[in-house]
Ligand binder design. Structure first.
Ligand SMILES: C[S@@+](CC[C@H](N)C(=O)[O-])C[C@H]1O[C@@H](n2cnc3c(N)ncnc32)[C@H](O)[C@@H]1O
Length: 217
């Protein structure tokens, strides 16, 4: 049986966890949408589903050392925790069903409250500023994924980096303000989809861990 947990516990165990923060601007807050229309009525929930799959799924297994925070229109943070995650499959529809359930639960929460939705998925009634503050307080160094940043290949990365990216929209000015001054890292000279960036960050970190590269060249 899964032990109870809370975002506070999650954030205090940031060590050795690859953290991603995806800022979503258009997903409906109430979870009232059809799973047959993820790019339309579900406000590009398909993007978040692909990010979740890339953050956690290996060909035959799950990355237990990964964590994904989905910031939904600055109202909710849905956190997926590799260590406890169950029922995540490669298809977008079943992932969307998990996220829809978390959104519906989020609507019942008061500001600052959090609750477990399904195994390894938690939802908290909070926003981006609070999440970034908590991550930093827990020892994470924020890294903004940005095409114009320093090349990931040679970027010095903090041991506990939290990679922040946006959905299909640009970051809003007030979001960029929160990220002012943080390290900016580029995964390559072309604009990519967010989930592709997550894959490339994992790949770079896998290679550093395996000693294939030291991140200096
Ligand atoms: C689909 S992109 C956003 C595209 C942008 N809103 C646009 O329409 O031009 C999603 C996110 O992926 C990240 N991203 C895309 N290409 C990148 C690159 N080459 N290096 C680092 N991050 C990148 C950025 O964080 C961006 O916010």
């Amino acid at each position: 049986m899964e032990a109870p947990w809370s975002p506070d516990q999650v954030l205090s165990t940031i060590t050795n966890v690859r953290t991603f923060v995806v800022v979503s601007h258009t997903v409906p807050l109430d979870g009232e949408f059809s799973l047959n229309d993820l790019p339309g009525g579900a406000g590009r929930l398909d993007i978040l589903c692909r990010c979740a799959v890339e953050a956690f799924l290996l060909s035959h297994g799950i990355r237990k050392d990964a964590r994904l925070h989905l910031v939904i229109r600055d109202q909710f943070v849905i956190t997926l925790e590799g260590q406890r995650l169950r029922h995540l499959n490669p298809d977008e529809r079943s992932t969307a069903a998990l996220l829809r359930r978390a959104l519906a639960l989020g609507g019942e929460l008061r500001l600052g409250e959090s609750a477990r939705s399904t195994a390894g998925i938690n939802v908290c009634r909070t926003g981006l500023a609070e999440l970034l503050e908590e991550l930093q307080a827990a020892g994470a160094a924020l890294v903004l994924l940005d095409e114009g940043g320093e090349p990931l290949r040679s970027a010095p990365l903090a041991e506990h980096a939290a990679f922040v990216l946006s959905d299909h929209r640009d970051f809003a000015p007030q979001e960029l303000e929160l990220l002012d001054g943080v390290q900016r890292v580029s995964v390559g000279p072309k604009w990519l989809h967010g989930h592709q960036c997550i894959t490339l960050v994992h790949s770079e970190l896998d290679q550093r861990e395996a000693g294939w590269t030291n991140g200096l060249s």
